[in-house]
Design a binder for this molecule. Structure first.
Ligand code: FAD
Length: 317
């Protein structure tokens, strides 16, 4: 079912979460373990991230190095199909521009359509670690806006090959990412918002936020979006802090500010278990408020582990 229809039909705040494909060579059982741990909360949908290729240097016998491309977490499409068949829960694959030509994207969308996957989250994707800024494939999409145009075209029966006779339209419900605290690449908040509006005008029907730790940031952001005429559902993304070093990593990687009250408590914690507990309690307070103010869905960044999300969901749902 399309995410927007689920939201429209829901009488309460829905529960959803994101998982990462296992590292290459690892079994899919870790995914099932995570889903099994959270299934009792009746997830409305499960997002599956997509990870682009990375380059590693491999030493040759002559002492030189070969630059080898590897995809460390393959399997997004297959995992989505497997989730839908095993759990009868809608899976939302993330589709990215990085590393994909438009033709690769079209072929991936054809696979998803044939597998009965109705929703996608359309993203630019992260930079390669070796790059200071995002570089698209020569024949690829440069940003999420272009990717959304491509999916929307397929929904209108417009494929890349104009010679195709009467192609069957797809019917993907398209989601996109948004950033209550601004995306790093945006020169300012206002231009980020304008760009977001263009993504919605191009066909994004729902938005999922970057993680935030202060609900005011989310509510202010939603108010700004509504003022700009962005009226689609905005799904808050929540991440429990589980390790002390995340205090420094998360703001750097995701541009998400950590409130002093939370960082101060975590700094004072004596054990790893205590850090985890503080993270859980903080999220429970966040989620109770989000739910009481009627957000459509609370979406959890599980990082592939059910335990902390389960503790929060138990207190909320
Ligand atoms: P875009 O919307 O294309 O651009 C990001 C920002 O750049 C915009 O907000 C805008 O301010 C600016 N910008 C870009 N182009 C223009 C333009 N033409 N004009 C003006 N401004 C412009 N990454 C992965 O690799 N795999 C995943 O599975 C994944 N899942 C994610 C899920 C969520 C919910 C979120 C929030 C992020 C996820 N990411 C993932 C990270 C995401 O790929 C990065 O944040 C990336 O840097 C931006 O992606 P985007 O789709 O928001 O980009």
């Amino acid at each position: 079912m399309r995410i927007v229809d689920k939201i429209e039909n829901a009488k309460k705040t829905l529960f959803s979460f994101e998982i990462l494909p296992p590292l290459k060579g690892k079994s899919i059982d870790s995914i099932y373990k995570c889903i099994d741990g959270l299934y009792e909360f009746e997830p409305a949908f499960i997002d599956v991230t997509y990870h682009r290729e990375e380059y590693i240097l491999k030493k040759r016998a002559d002492g030189g190095f070969d630059r080898i491309s590897t995809r460390k977490r393959p399997g997004t499409v297959a995992i989505c199909a497997s989730i839908q068949s095993k759990y009868k829960v809608d899976a939302v694959p993330h589709i990215i521009c990085g590393g994909f030509s438009k033709e690769d994207t079209e072929n991936a969308l054809i696979d998803l359509d044939f597998l009965g996957i109705e929703n996608v989250l359309a993203l630019r994707g992260d930079n390669l670690k070796s790059e200071s800024h995002f570089t698209p494939e020569p024949l690829g999409n440069s940003n999420a806006l272009e990717l959304i145009h491509q999916v929307k075209n397929m929904n209108n029966g417009i494929y890349l090959d104009e010679e195709l006779g009467n192609p069957t339209p797809t019917s993907f419900c398209i989601g996109a990412a948004c950033y209550p605290e601004k995306h790093q690449d945006a020169p300012n908040f206002k231009s980020d918002l304008n760009f977001l509006k263009r993504k919605v005008e191009a066909g994004a029907e729902f938005l999922t936020t970057q993680m935030f730790f202060d609900n005011i940031k989310y509510f202010d952001f939603v108010a700004h979006c509504r003022e700009e005429g962005i009226s689609v559902p905005i799904i808050p993304g929540i991440k429990p802090i589980t390790k002390r070093n995340q205090l420094y990593l998360l703001p750097k990687i995701f541009n998400s500010d950590i409130p002093f009250e939370l960082s101060n408590e975590i700094e004072k914690a004596k054990t790893d278990e205590a850090v985890k507990q503080i993270g859980i309690e903080w999220c429970i307070v966040q989620c109770k408020e989000l739910k009481s103010l009627g957000v459509p869905v609370i979406h959890f960044y599980t990082m592939g582990f059910a335990e902390t999300t389960k503790a929060i969901a138990k207190a909320i749902y």
